[in-house]
Design a protein around this ligand. Sequence first.
Ligand SMILES: C[S@@+](CC[C@H](N)C(=O)[O-])C[C@H]1O[C@@H](n2cnc3c(N)ncnc32)[C@H](O)[C@@H]1O
Length: 288
Amino acid sequence: MMYKPLVLERDDSLRKRLFGETVMTHPAKMNLHQLCHYLTIFHVRGGFLLDPFGGSGTAMLAAGAQYGMYVATVDLAPHFVEMQRRAWDTFSRSFEMLDSDRCGDYLAIQGDSRALGATLASLDGYDEDTFADLIITSPPYADAFSGQSRGKSIVAAAACGTTGKSVVSRHSQFNQPNRYDANHNNIGNLKGTDYLQSMAQVWRECAHVLRHGGYLICVTRDCVRDQAIVPIGKQNHDLIVSAGLSFVRCDDWQIPQQSFWRILYSKKFPDAPTISTEQVWIFRKQVA
Ligand SMILES: C[S@@+](CC[C@H](N)C(=O)[O-])C[C@H]1O[C@@H](n2cnc3c(N)ncnc32)[C@H](O)[C@@H]1O
């Protein structure tokens, strides 16, 4: 049989309808349809879903909306945590649109996921070995577009969640940020071994708080740097396996269209490879 990747469907209108315009401004959101595809298979009703890189809160929103899980997200950037809280307010006002009995609850926490256990320890009833029934996340990636002009690098940096202290005013915080300071705790700012060491630390923490038999799902998209592919997905796969989780499978998802910046990049460097799929990596913590 011919191998066919799954195809990503645009989720903009659903996302806006349920959660409002502000979530659209996070530059590296997981796809809601893709997320629901995996939640349909892996959700644990009444269980805890954790996203250590919460961003706009896609995992929280999708799970809360449809799968009756309790959701905890962690993100380093306070304005993304605030974005999630606003989205939740919008979403909870539209509970009637859904089956409200089935909706879960959520908690958006500001913190550094390299110290996930310590961050979660302050929660009532926290038990480090059984906290998460399921982890779904998409990690930041290091310096993905370096080699481009400054303007493009800034937008790309935003795609890595590189927000630093960029917020210029209260009103502009949900618009495209226009200036970034270095924030050395933001993993999206790190390169080479610094990036890999930080990600290794996060995956070790995740492996620790995931209950035995629970799944970790990691969404990655490789990137092109200096006209060569950076295998973000495989690098993170290796780190997750080193953290002690067993690899289950990897699904390829066809990207429906290249981003504006990608198209510009291809015009400038026609021989550079293009990325046409993203990967969803599934791992499991062994049953005790
Ligand atoms: C690829 S985005 C996640 C997007 C999210 N899955 C969504 O659907 O909106 C990566 C996120 O990691 C966050 N981040 C970067 N370094 C972090 C750290 N050390 N601890 C926690 N979050 C961090 C960034 O602020 C960014 O929002």
